[in-house]
Design a protein around this ligand. Structure first.
Ligand code: HEC
Ligand code: HEC
Ligand code: HEC
Ligand code: HEC
Length: 197
């Protein structure tokens, strides 16, 4: 049994060498929205991270944008998207045209792509936990939770102060001093105490 586990882990390490893909927040919501397990999706929805893309359509964003004398729209600009969506420029969110957002009724692949892209239009789960393609299956998630496989081997990351500061820094036009402890408490979505499996 133990040697089987080692082989299994070794395979995952090999898999780890390949790129993990962003799957979008609806994929996480499916399993992480039960009250008995902390309803992480619901908690996240109540934070400003969930509305970070919409913020780029606000009057305040337009003002910041025009003061910088940039062309186009804030919600389509590389100057803003890097910190206001998931995985921009890294295989995640991309600016798409009308045709992409309105696939024909029979275009299943197109509809799936729209769902994924819409799920990346926010500072969502995968910004902090890593692209989900390698860890999102129930079997893998349970094995990570049980400590049977290493989270990093399937692309599941643990957010740190450094990872927050990729966006919470002076390059933000509205930068507010960032205290990791206080900020973490504001977005906390822990399991309820004593949760079993
Ligand atoms: C098919 C169901 C399923 C999907 C989809 C899923 N998860 Fe999970 N996840 C679980 C289960 C089951 C656990 C183990 C704990 C529990 O029972 O909730 C878990 C645990 C976790 C943990 C804690 C791991 C640990 O070390 O304890 C994180 C973080 C996590 N999931 C993030 C995500 C993110 C982000 C997504 C979307 C990209 C996602 N999950 C998609 C079922 C799922
Ligand atoms: C991809 C960029 C990005 C990362 C990484 C990121 N954030 Fe944010 N965060 C934002 C943006 C953008 C906003 C503002 C959203 C809005 O107002 O629309 C924000 C807002 C917040 C707020 C609310 C601030 C307020 O006063 O309203 C808190 C708290 C916060 N983030 C905590 C964290 C923590 C803790 C981490 C790391 C675990 C983190 N963030 C990682 C982009 C990011
Ligand atoms: C380096 C990352 C980063 C970039 C680039 C960035 N933002 Fe933000 N933005 C943030 C963070 C983090 C917040 C949360 C408040 C803070 O600390 O700045 C935020 C908040 C905001 C807010 C909400 C106002 C507030 O006080 O919370 C607006 C509006 C905004 N950004 C517009 C823009 C526009 C427009 C651009 C492009 C010109 C842009 N941002 C580029 C990280 C960024
Ligand atoms: C801004 C960063 C950030 C975002 C966005 C985020 N998380 Fe987390 N998440 C964290 C941090 C930090 C922790 C606590 C330390 C750790 O386990 O990495 C955590 C912990 C968790 C845990 C484990 C809880 C526990 O008590 O051990 C789960 C499950 C989880 N997140 C799921 C999600 C899901 C699902 C989403 C999206 C709906 C999400 N997270 C969005 C940063 C984030």
């Amino acid at each position: 049994m133990k040697s089987l586990l080692i082989i299994f882990t070794a395979c995952l390490v090999v898999l780890g060498a390949q790129d993990f893909k962003y799957v979008g927040v609806t994929n996480c919501k499916m399993c992480h929205n039960k009250a008995a397990k902390g309803a992480q999706y619901k908690v996240w929805s109540g934070t400003s991270h969930a509305g970070a893309f919409e913020t780029l359509k606000s009057d305040e964003a337009a003002k910041i944008f025009s003061e910088k004398e940039l062309d186009g729209n804030a919600w389509e600009s590389p100057e803003c998207l890097g910190c206001h969506v998931t995985g921009y420029g890294a295989g995640g969110y991309e600016v798409k045209d009308e045709a992409f957002w309105n696939p024909a009724a029979e275009d299943k692949a197109g509809k799936k792509a729209v769902k994924r892209m819409a799920g990346l239009q926010a500072v969502s789960c995968e910004v902090c936990h890593g692209p989900g393609s390698g860890y999102k299956s129930n079997k893998t998630m349970k094995a990570v939770y049980a400590g049977e496989i290493e989270a990093a081997a399937v692309g599941l990351l643990s957010a740190s102060e450094e990872s927050c500061k990729k966006c919470h820094n002076e390059k933000s036009p509205t930068y507010k001093e960032f205290d990791f402890q206080t900020a973490s408490e504001k977005i906390a979505h822990s399991y309820p105490e004593g949760m079993g499996q």
